[in-house]
Each structure stands twice: as C-alpha cells, then as structure tokens.
Design a protein around this ligand. Sequence first.
Ligand SMILES: NC(=O)c1ccc[n+]([C@@H]2O[C@H](COP(=O)([O-])OP(=O)(O)OC[C@H]3O[C@@H](n4cnc5c(N)ncnc54)[C@H](OP(=O)(O)O)[C@@H]3O)[C@@H](O)[C@H]2O)c1
Length: 173
Amino acid sequence: MATIYYTASSIDGYIVDDRASLDWLITRNIDADGPFGYRAFSNSVGALVMGATTYEWILANDPDEWQYEQPTWVMTHRPDIVRTGDGVRAFHGDVTELHPLLVQAAAYQDIWVVGGGDVAAQFAAAGLIDEMIVSYAPCTLGTGGRLMPLHTEWVLVESGVNGEFVCARWRKA
Ligand SMILES: NC(=O)c1ccc[n+]([C@@H]2O[C@H](COP(=O)([O-])OP(=O)(O)OC[C@H]3O[C@@H](n4cnc5c(N)ncnc54)[C@H](OP(=O)(O)O)[C@@H]3O)[C@@H](O)[C@H]2O)c1
C-alpha cells in the first residue's frame, strides 16, 4: 500500500483557478480507463483524505449522492460542514495523527490524498506521501491554488499521455 497524491494540474502548477473553478479541467478529453486513468486508480484506493474546500466543492457540484464508498476524512476546523449519512469523518490537527487512521481504514489498499495543495503539502512535509501522480492539462492559469506549495524532491517512475493530458508518476526521493 502507498499514500498517493493523485491530482490534475495546469501546466504552470495550479489545481484550481482563482474563481475556484475547475472548468479548465473537467471539459477536457481523458480516458478513465487509459494510462494513469481514474478507474484503476480509484479501485486501488482504500481510504481518502481531503481538505475542507475540496469537500465543499464536491458537495456543491455533486450534491445528490456521495461518490466515494471508501472511508473518507475531511480536514476541517468546522466539523459541522460534514454531511451526515455519507460516512465521512472530520479531522483537525496534525496529519501525523491522522495517517495511522487512514492506514488502518485502507486495509492494505492505497490512501488517496485528494488535495488541495496545502493538505498535500502537510502530508509531504511530514514525509507521508509515497507517490505523486499528476495529469497536466494543456493550459496555464497564471494564478490559483498551487499543486504543492512546498519544495519537495521526487524520482520519476513513469510518464505517458492520456487524451489531452501529459501524466507522470513520481516516487518520494
Ligand atoms: N485539480 C484537481 O484535480 C483538484 C484536486 C483537489 C482539489 N481541487 C480544488 O482545489 C480547491 C481546494 O484546494 P485548497 O488548497 O484551496 O483547499 P483544501 O486543501 O481543499 O482545503 C483547505 C482547508 O482545509 C482545512 N484544513 C487544512 N488543513 C487542516 C488541518 N491540519 N486541520 C484542520 N483543518 C485543515 C482548512 O479549512 P477550515 O479551517 O475552514 O475547516 C483549510 O482552509 C477546490 O476548489 C478543489 O475543487 C482540485
């Protein structure tokens, strides 16, 4: 099992634009069953963690049904934002205290650090991200939320193309 930051980015390293929009991303051609595709990745995942803003974006854009069956934690200082009935848990504090809960819940499957960039950076700063998989959309945004607002070093494991995206997987250096 591995803890993996799996995300999509603009060429210039932003995962969301300054209007909190992902229109530049979700309108693009990508094959969920292709290289680095979402389908195989999500099947490998046993637990998820995301920041409060990402969670609120998902609820706002897909309000009907929670889309993940796996145990999910939302990092937030506002536990009341977490909708009851979906099995989603709130956590606040140090990621080193959360990670063992994720490992246990994942039951030997992978842990998906969904984002955003600051949450991913907290895990990376603690040495807890084993792999990073990024699919780069063919655009620059100039401003927005950063992929990883931290100096980190990685070893390239593989790269490829899926639809309009250039994708790569790195292992922690
Ligand atoms: N391109 C992609 O594939 C992709 C992937 C993921 C996300 N996104 C987008 O990125 C945007 C969100 O990214 P973001 O970096 O702005 O926000 P985020 O990481 O989703 O959420 C940040 C918030 O999480 C809470 N938080 C973070 N660390 C915490 C800790 N240690 N303890 C308690 N609470 C903590 C804080 O919220 P509170 O204090 O208010 O609770 C903080 O403001 C969304 O629009 C989302 O759609 C894009």
